[in-house]
Design a protein around this ligand. Structure first.
Ligand SMILES: Nc1ncnc2c1ncn2[C@@H]1O[C@H](COP(=O)(O)OP(=O)(O)OP(=O)(O)O)[C@@H](O)[C@H]1O
Ligand SMILES: [Mg+2]
Length: 493
């Protein structure tokens, strides 16, 4: 991800050339302007990742300029450059959207810190954008037509535009996070960060710093100052995912931020004020946590300002088929196969099943079924691998042993006496020992194949795969992060 174009807007020649030199040495491409008018001209020609903005300029002040920057489609990060005399205006610029400020005179290493900080913030914003783009691409909104879902949509529409704290409850996989993102997308804060923190996934000794950040030297390993999620979410929305899992000692601190909207970084004593909208989710019954003394009652009331319950899928049977169709279309597109809907008994099996893993389970089931279905055919009950409705014999005719199917696998409820040999087309779906590859493995294999076919050209590979280049990059990064990268020829995209 590139972060290498800086615009310097500064009328003092000495400061301007110092900044120019510092950034050039760090391999930035630098444009410099003495006046706002010049800066405007430069902005017409090019876009920038970072703007170093003086407050007092011959033809206006930095704050006015901020508003113009904020209206740009690719909004750069703005760092105010200010003398001691104008710290107050710098701070008000930050309220108006500047990222931070630096005091004159400054040293090159201070600028280095700014660069690093801006980079990591920008990265976070992009990851965030990528995730919500991907989510938007994948989801295209909340699918379903059951009366309970319609009520849920109405509730979302009503509460989204407000700043009210929302507590979303529901079983695993019902769509709580999806509802949270929908609330964000329909809120006036949608241009600002959406920051998620999974309270269950962070280790207990890091969670405080994760929430509130820390000062340098606050604890062993804290070599730099770091902003926490609350600070990063300033002006935006913070999702406290699985909030029931917050350790007891942090609950009091969380309560204070929710009440006062202020906190201190770990190891610091400066009080930081933030403006964030809080959305929390829980798949536990928080009331019983409160009764057992595991969750503070006052915190519960603070969070439960506007409760939104996402019902289990089995309580909204009318949503099953529309959701199944939605996922079928998605995966057929993604895997590049034409699948012609569901057979009658596949529909029956889906409607009869209880879906303990809710929408996520349905989604995974369809993903797998699409892979197992031959192009031009409907998804059969057997491909879904669900317990079959009625007698096993009545549905056996539909099993994948059917000659028209390309290969067989063993559906849970249909006993397969003697599996037929796998045709060649199925070979890549199994491991050497004949066991079936997981969806994730298949996906990785498909990506690797596409990259080989396109000689490492990611744009073409993404086209072949029918996914966006962003999704592809994201996947490749995931493999690298997991320590199992795909070795590809050097690409030209
Ligand atoms: N109504 C819906 N329409 C389309 N997709 C949905 C819907 N509900 C859920 N999904 C999809 O199902 C998956 C699970 O949803 P989500 O992650 O929001 O559930 P969750 O309740 O947060 O689960 P968990 O409790 O496990 O965290 C996601 O991929 C989501 O996009
Ligand atoms: Mg979730």
């Amino acid at each position: 991800m590139s972060f290498d174009k800086v615009l310097i807007v500064e009328d003092e020649p000495v400061v301007r050339s110092l900044l120019t030199e510092i950034f050039s040495r760090r391999k930035f491409s630098v444009a410099a302007a003495e006046t706002l008018a010049q800066a405007d001209t430069l902005l017409l020609k090019d876009s920038f990742d970072l703007v170093m903005l003086d407050i007092r300029l011959p033809d206006g002040d930095g704050q006015q300029f901020l508003e113009r920057l904020a209206a740009l489609p690719e909004r750069p990060l703005v760092m105010m450059v200010t003398g001691y005399g104008s710290i107050e205006s710098a701070v008000s610029c930050m309220r108006a959207g500047a990222f931070d400020y630096v005091l004159k005179p400054f040293t090159p290493s201070q600028i280095d810190i700014i660069i690093k900080k801006a980079q990591s913030y920008r990265q976070l914003l992009q990851v965030n954008k990528l995730l919500s783009d991907q989510a938007a691409e994948d989801e295209g909104g909340i699918v379903g037509r059951s009366p309970v879902l319609l009520r849920l949509r109405q509730l979302i529409e009503r509460v989204a535009p407000t700043d009210a704290t929302v507590l979303i409850t529901g079983e695993n996989g019902t769509g709580k996070e999806m509802v949270a993102r929908e609330l964000y997308r329909r809120s006036p804060r949608r241009q600002n960060p959406f920051i998620k923190v999974n309270c269950a996934a962070i280790s207990e000794n890091l969670i405080e710093s994760e929430f509130f950040g820390h000062e340098r030297g606050a604890f062993t390993g804290a070599t730099d100052r770091r902003e926490g999620r609350f600070e990063l979410a300033h002006q935006g929305t913070l999702l406290l995912d699985e909030v029931s899992e917050i350790p007891a000692n942090l609950q009091a601190k969380l309560l204070r931020v929710l009440q006062e909207r202020e906190f201190e970084r770990v190891g610091g004593n400066r009080t930081i004020k933030v403006n964030v909208r809080i959305i929390a989710t829980s798949n536990r019954d928080l009331i019983s946590y409160v009764e057992k003394g595991q969750f503070r009652q006052d915190l519960y009331y603070r969070l439960n300002v506007f409760p939104v319950h996402v019902p289990a899928l089995r309580e909204r049977g009318d949503d099953i088929l529309p959701l199944a169709g939605h996922f079928l279309a998605r995966f057929a597109r993604r895997f590049g196969v034409k699948v012609t809907g569901f057979s009658d008994s596949a529909q029956g099996a889906m409607l009869a099943y209880r879906w303990p893993g809710n929408v996520r389970e349905l989604q995974n089931t369809i993903e797998r079924a699409v892979i197992l279905t031959e192009a031009g055919h409907p998804v059969s009950a057997a491909a879904l691998g669900l317990p079959l409705v009625g007698q096993a014999s009545s549905s056996a005719g539909e099993s994948l042993l059917n000659a028209s199917q390309p290969f067989d696998f063993e559906p849970q409820a249909v006993a397969v006496a003697e599996p037929e040999p796998l045709p060649a087309s199925a070979a890549s779906l199994t491991r050497a020992d004949g066991t079936v590859l997981t969806i994730a493995e298949l996906e990785k294999q498909a990506i690797a194949n596409a990259l080989v076919q396109t000689e490492g050209n990611r744009t073409k590979a993404a086209d072949l795969l029918g996914i966006s280049i962003r999704t592809l990059r994201n996947k490749l990064q995931e493999y690298r992060d997991a320590g199992a990268p795909i070795e590809t020829p050097v690409g030209t995209d």
